[in-house]
Design a protein around this ligand. Structure first.
Ligand code: PRP
Ligand code: 7HP
Length: 182
């Protein structure tokens, strides 16, 4: 039978490990943003699983909004050219913004996002990332909240895709090279 698990070289983080870490980060956000009613911005599509679980683990009042950005297409390396596909629905002037991302890799996407949102006069802009792939960083940018560090390997699952597949895996794993080099 077809199974996405056959395409994984190894599992890096189980659903239990992900849930436990998300609870810790949600607690930090609850503390830092109490009474501030932050707008939590999901960067589609990779962040959706993380976003849904993170926001449900938080207890303070928040608002939701969504943006879609693309720089990878069907590749495993960033093109470096960041395109906005969907903008926020509402003004963020004077508001506290938390960008929720699945992974910071080269940093091109977050650099573009942070710069774009800052021109709109928010009270603050911070970044909450599920994964950090420090070894591949090109632009000097760091998330303010990070769940896990990963090495220079192509990872999928829990929202992260290769050619739009594997997003619904509940775990995060390393994709076998033969899957994307063939
Ligand atoms: C991925 C990921 C991040 C970005 C990180 O998005 O979701 O947004 O790349 O890479 P960077 O730090 O090298 O810019 P992608 O363009 O694959 O869109 P997706 O979220 O729809 O998968
Ligand atoms: C983007 C991305 N998408 C899925 N897996 C990875 O390892 C990635 N790095 N940057």
């Amino acid at each position: 039978m077809e199974s996405m698990y056959n395409d994984l070289e190894k599992v890096l983080f189980t659903k239990e490990q992900i849930d436990a870490r998300i609870k810790e980060v949600a607690k930090e956000l609850d503390k830092d943003y109490e009474g501030k009613r932050p707008i939590m911005v999901s960067i589609l599509k990779g962040s959706i699983m993380f976003y849904a679980d993170l926001l449900r683990a938080m207890t303070i009042k928040t608002e939701m909004d969504f943006m879609a950005i693309s720089s990878y297409g069907n590749a495993t390396k960033s093109s470096g050219e960041v395109k906005m596909i969907k903008d926020l629905d509402r003004s963020i002037e004077g508001r506290h913004i938390v960008i929720v991302e699945d992974i910071v890799d080269t940093g091109y996407t977050l650099n573009y996002l942070k710069a774009t949102l800052k021109t709109r006069n928010p009270a603050s802009v911070k970044i909450c990332a599920l994964l950090n792939k420090q070894e591949r960083r090109v632009v000097d940018i760091a998330a303010d909240y990070t769940c896990f560090e990963v090495g220079d390997e192509f990872v999928v699952g829990y929202g992260l895709d290769y050619a739009q597949i594997y997003r619904n895996l509940p775990v995060i794993g390393v994709l076998k090279k033969e899957v994307y080099s063939s």
